[in-house]
Design a protein around this ligand. Structure first.
Ligand SMILES: Cc1cc2nc3c(=O)[nH]c(=O)nc-3n(C[C@H](O)[C@H](O)[C@H](O)COP(=O)(O)OP(=O)(O)OC[C@H]3O[C@@H](n4cnc5c(N)ncnc54)[C@H](O)[C@@H]3O)c2cc1C
Length: 481
């Protein structure tokens, strides 16, 4: 007879494994199915290994400015790309194994293989169809295998994969996706990055730091198009100062492949076509949900633009079937996936006062140099919504800590509702802003107004003082500018 669970989760990325931990904590008999790697894209091919690469890049960038800090180095610091990649893979491996430990600790069964929902309440796990990209790290002991399993609640947490443009499909050799870009065995001399979302810009920034000649082509008018235009404009200037070439309102229309290079036809704003030759190209034009071969269509589960349609608690239109994380649509971010996982499980467990996920308060961070971080409405979006707003800004050039750090190129921008004082959005560019943004996320979650922020004491000297100064600026009370 098929083994029965309260909850089966398909996919062990940050959505799936966090949901499994929460389910275990709440005493639900839980299993998680994974076909490729514990921890999903985030731990193995996304958030974590990219940040490890970018840390090497950051240290290399700093080492090129030692003189500015009165430091002398005999000789030159340079990157050993194989060692940089090995460190990044090691960081991923350590976390991947940590997931096995968490499953065991929370009494979650791990089932290895590819899951398909055969009917509500039943899945069949078969052999994985995924090619092994890299040797699998040791699996936790007592992993279950192929077979039929049943559960009252089935959560689809199957994540997403790179999107490809027709005719410009990645081939893994000359045109890379994030998989190849994360573990190059050599540094190309030149690189073309198609797409300037968080993934594209992080790789562009990393490879530039490694000394590669990088060109970015973006179809939208600004890079990091979801960010506030003023902030992404500042980031662009600094990236260009670091030597990146950036085309916006430009489109790669065709790619010709040579023996060891590509030539991209890039249609620019004025309608002219430029040919750009580079050793390698990264296709970073977004990701698409893994909704196929799961049995969703046969069950009548509603999807929209490649993602499963859910309510604020992860419920689909079919009773007993839920979806969380990237497969349930944007913003495709790990912390959104985790939060949706917890909300979904708590609702299943019947906990009182479970709040639906509020996507308007999901922060976004890009870890390029300079970093960019934001939460809530951009100035343009607030205006589009007809909100009467007050905008405050504070530049790092007037922040003592930023100057002491040698990191005075940055800005905090805040947007308030003029009538109510509600904080509608916060946007930042510069050193460590991906850590700072959480202050505004908490504030927004607590429905803080300008007055409470102005009465909050920020430690001195910190870059975070720029956050308070930006709030003060919105009300004509800035102190240090
Ligand atoms: C290069 C890169 C950098 C990123 N950086 C960040 C960042 O800094 N911050 C951030 O918040 N987000 C980042 N992301 C996005 C982040 O990785 C995703 O939002 C996150 O991984 C989504 O989690 P998930 O649980 O929905 O799915 P995933 O992490 O994609 O996990 C899904 C899992 O399901 C498994 N699976 C799929 N189908 C089946 C099946 N039929 N049977 C069994 N198993 C199956 C897959 O093998 C996979 O392990 C980045 C992504 C990339 C690519």
């Amino acid at each position: 007879m098929a083994e029965n669970y309260d909850v089966i989760i398909i996919g062990s990325g940050p959505g799936g494994y966090v949901a499994a931990v929460r389910a275990g904590q709440l005493g639900l008999k839980t299993a998680i199915v994974e076909r490729e790697h514990l921890g999903g894209i985030c731990l193995n091919w996304g958030c974590i290994p990219t940040k490890a690469l970018l840390r090497s890049a950051e240290i290399l960038d700093h080492s090129n400015h030692l003189k500015d800090y009165g430091l002398v180095l005999e000789g030159k610091v340079s990157a050993d790309v194989k060692a940089v990649v090995a460190r990044s893979r090691g960081v991923s491996a350590r976390l991947n194994q940590g997931i096995g430990y968490l499953m065991k600790k929370n009494k979650v069964d791990v089932i290895w293989g590819e899951a398909k929902i055969t009917k509500p309440g039943e899945i069949v796990v078969g052999k994985s169809t995924k090619p092994v990209v890299e040797p699998q790290h040791p699996l936790p002991k007592n992993v279950k295998g192929e077979g039929t399993y049943t559960a009252k609640h089935i959560i689809v947490a199957t994540g997403a994969r790179p999107r490809a443009l027709p005719g410009i499909e990645p081939d893994g050799k000359l045109i890379w996706t994030y998989f190849e870009a994360l573990k190059p065995d050599f540094l190309p001399k030149s690189l073309l990055v198609m797409g300037s979302g968080a993934i594209g810009i992080e790789f562009a920034s990393f490879y530039r730091s490694m000394g590669v000649d990088v060109t970015v082509v973006e179809v939208m008018p600004t890079i990091m198009p979801v960010e506030d235009a003023e902030i992404s404009g500042i980031a662009r200037k600094q990236l260009e100062k670091r030597g990146l070439k950036i085309f916006t309102k430009a489109k790669v229309t065709k790619v010709e492949k040579g023996a060891n290079s590509i030539t991209a036809h890039v249609e620019t704003e004025d309608g002219k076509v430029q040919q750009i030759t580079a050793d390698r190209m990264i296709s970073a034009v977004g990701v698409q949900g893994n909704i196929e071969n799961l049995g969703l269509e046969a069950l009548g589960v509603k999807t929209d633009r490649g993602c499963v349609v859910i309510d604020g608690y992860g419920k689909t239109n079919v009773a007993g079937i839920y979806a969380i994380g990237d497969v349930a649509g944007p913003p495709m971010l790990a912390h959104k996936a985790e939060h949706e996982g917890v909300v979904c499980i708590e609702k299943i467990a019947g906990l009182p006062n479970v709040h639906p996920t509020d996507k308007s308060k999901v922060p976004g961070c890009t870890y390029c140099n300079p970093q960019v971080a934001s939460v809530g409405l951009t100035e343009a979006k607030a205006k589009e919504q007809g909100r009467d707003i007050r905008v405050g800004r504070f530049s790092f050039v007037a922040n003592g800590k930023a100057i002491a750090l040698g990191e005075d190129q940055g800005m905090v921008k805040v947007i308030f509702d003029k009538k109510t004082g509600e904080l509608l959005g916060a946007h930042m560019v510069g050193a460590e802003v991906t850590e700072l943004i959480q202050g505004f996320v908490v504030a927004m979650n607590l429905e803080t107004t300008e007055e409470e922020l102005m009465h909050t004491i920020f430690p001195h000297p910190t870059v975070s003082e720029s956050m308070k100064e930006a709030v003060l600026d919105a009300y004509g009370r800035v102190l240090n500018a």
